[in-house]
Design a protein around this ligand. Structure first.
Ligand SMILES: [Zn+2]
Length: 263
């Protein structure tokens, strides 16, 4: 009698332990990754870049408003950097899906994230897989001006942390772990767009700002503008490369085993 009770207890305990282990691997860890990590720029850095990442394809979806069509050169530069540092298959989808009247002409502070969450809900077609497969990057080109309330890094964001490109108005912003917005001002000068797009991609990969004038992670437009045109032939007015330190970090992320928050 005691033997069969013991046996029953052991069996139930084993079933419980196995169920908990399976739930941890297939539910709790992915839920943590997709919710908590998913809120922060850089949260998915190694999931995008590591060769050990369970995601083998990066799907980039670019939705734009009328008149905000991305420059194919900028899109090609983005794809090239994604392929170079991730060594993964990269699929691009570029569509004019957002209508003119869906976005206010001027957006202040955190209102941006209400507007864009509505836009994402309506237009984002590709989602990152729960356990692997496709990891997505969602980019919006919006015909609007965003004033982030003069906050360099806004620390009181309730839902999503973000990084801005400039202090007074923004040409681009990275928010959450997988989303970028480019604004009208990003497209005003030739070659600005590529620089800003690659700058925001750097934030997606967890890179910080630098003050080097030949570094795409420089955040100040006036610095770009102040680079002497004929001073150094190697220094482009609008940089399109990451610094050697950042390049090293991206290469380390490609080798990184740190693809789960438990490590
Ligand atoms: Zn920035």
């Amino acid at each position: 009698m005691a033997d069969s009770v013991l046996k029953t207890v052991v069996i139930y305990t084993l079933v419980l332990v196995i169920a908990l282990a399976l739930a941890t691997v297939f539910i709790f860890i992915p839920a943590y990754v997709h919710t908590i990590e998913g809120r922060v720029p850089g949260g998915f850095d190694s999931l995008y870049l590591s060769k050990y990442s369970p995601y083998n394809t990066i799907v980039v979806e670019v939705d734009y408003q009328p008149g905000m069509e991305p420059d194919p050169k900028a899109i090609a530069a983005l794809q090239e950097k994604l392929e170079l540092y991730s060594q993964k298959h990269v699929v691009m989808h570029v569509n004019q899906e957002i209508e003119y009247d869906e976005v206010p002409i001027l957006i202040s502070g955190n209102d941006l994230f209400d507007v864009t969450s509505t836009l994402q809900h309506a237009h984002r077609d590709y989602k990152t897989g729960w356990l692997g497969g496709n990891i997505t990057l969602y980019i919006m080109y919006l015909d609007t001006v965003w004033h982030p309330d003069n906050s360099e890094y806004c620390s009181n964001m309730p839902a999503y942390q973000y990084r801005t490109s400039t202090k007074v108005y923004s040409a681009g912003v990275t928010y959450a772990a997988d989303s970028i917005i480019l604004f009208r001002d990003a497209l005003t000068e030739e070659d600005t767009e590529t620089t800003i797009l690659l700058h925001e991609l750097g934030h997606i990969w967890g890179l910080d700002h630098s003050n080097r004038s030949d570094d795409v992670m420089n955040s100040e437009f006036n610095v770009y503008n102040n680079v002497p045109q004929n001073h150094e032939p190697d220094v482009k007015r609008f940089p399109t490369n990451y610094s050697s330190e950042d390049t090293l970090r991206l290469e380390q992320l490609h080798e990184s085993l740190n693809i789960l928050p438990i490590f």
